[in-house]
Design a protein around this ligand. Structure first.
Ligand SMILES: [Zn+2]
Length: 236
């Protein structure tokens, strides 16, 4: 499964990585400096849901991009660079695959009311495929408006009360959820609470390692965020 994911991601994102980027000083697995690598902590959770990341083209190069964390946890994660003038044929194939019910995750105020949903359909054999627009807010709005192939799918608008649970834990940026946290929320809606908790905990571990590395401080592998990740992945 891990190998499959690597191949899949390599195929879909390679043209972007090939442009350049940091060489040598980052772990290729987690994009952190080797002394703060989290690869050994990666939780792989079995999920029915899939994730489709559309990345504004600079995103794959940023070590701080958290969309990658979703790919680490959810085996069926697909990632594509977005461009206004072209679309990867593999993306169109994915979106038309009858096993999936795609949902575009985006705020309701930018979509026609008729498209907006607040939950996913549970009375179907189809697997939910959450399409996350990964970029700055301006980039995400552009992707939403200028991707005709997304326009027939429901728009999943996350409710403030669903968001608040996460905001409580992250008082420092209450208004903005990062991509990994949005992914965790989607897994909750898909009735996959264990995978959701694991992704959220993995994100918090990543954040801690990233910030400690920035300050050139060691990490404590037995502190609260690490224990939370262990608990979330127990029995998976
Ligand atoms: Zn690593």
């Amino acid at each position: 499964m891990a190998r499959l994911r690597t191949i899949r991601l390599a195929r879909s994102v390679k043209p972007f990585l090939a442009r350049g980027g940091p060489k040598g000083e980052r772990c290729p697995g987690c994009r952190l400096v080797p002394s703060h690598c989290i690869c050994g902590l990666r939780p792989e959770m079995p999920t029915n849901a899939g994730m489709c990341l559309l990345m504004a083209d600079i995103e794959p190069l940023k070590p701080s991009n958290t969309g990658w964390l979703i790919a680490d946890v959810v085996a069926d994660t697909f990632a594509y660079g977005w461009a206004r003038t072209e679309v990867a044929p593999e993306l169109l194939t994915l979106l038309s695959d009858p096993q999936w019910q795609p949902y575009v995750v985006f705020p309701r105020e930018f979509a026609d009311d008729a498209r907006v949903v607040h939950d996913i359909a549970h009375d179907t054999q189809k697997r939910p495929l959450f399409i996350l627009l990964d970029g700055t807010w301006d980039e995400a709005r552009k992707m939403f408006r200028k991707s005709p192939y997304l326009q027939n799918f429901p728009v999943l608008s996350l409710q403030p009360e669903q968001l608040s649970r996460y905001q409580l834990r992250r008082a420092q940026s209450a208004a903005h959820l990062c991509t990994a946290e949005v992914g965790a929320l989607c897994l909750h809606l898909a009735n996959e609470p264990q995978a959701a908790e694991a992704l959220q905990a993995y994100f918090e571990v990543f954040t801690e390692h990233y910030l400690q590395a920035k300050q050139q401080l060691p990490v404590n592998l037995n502190n609260a965020v690490h224990l939370q990740l262990q608990t979330a992945t127990r029995g998976a």
